[in-house]
Ligand binder design. Sequence first.
Ligand SMILES: [Zn+2]
Length: 98
Amino acid sequence: MQEHNLPVLESIPCNECAAGLMTPRLITYFTWLGGELITVPDFPAWICDMCGRREYDEKSISWLKMLLAPNAGKPTRKRKPAPRSRPLSSSSRPTPES
Ligand SMILES: [Zn+2]
């Protein structure tokens, strides 16, 4: 009896161009979170060698979303100092004249 510890990443036929083969690779995944660009290195994805289509592992995506979810589990203490809203005063703004 064998247990499935890790999903075996196999090459799968591309469903976009139907001619290419999507091979599992570790890429750097980019996603936006609250206006910040988050980069996740060594993220499993399938890349088509023909059209370059990317497919991400659903489990990894959901895992990542859980990690990045602001309200999941403990509250994050990482808060940016909120810039104070200051009134727009056009008089203090130097107007370049040339
Ligand atoms: Zn393709």
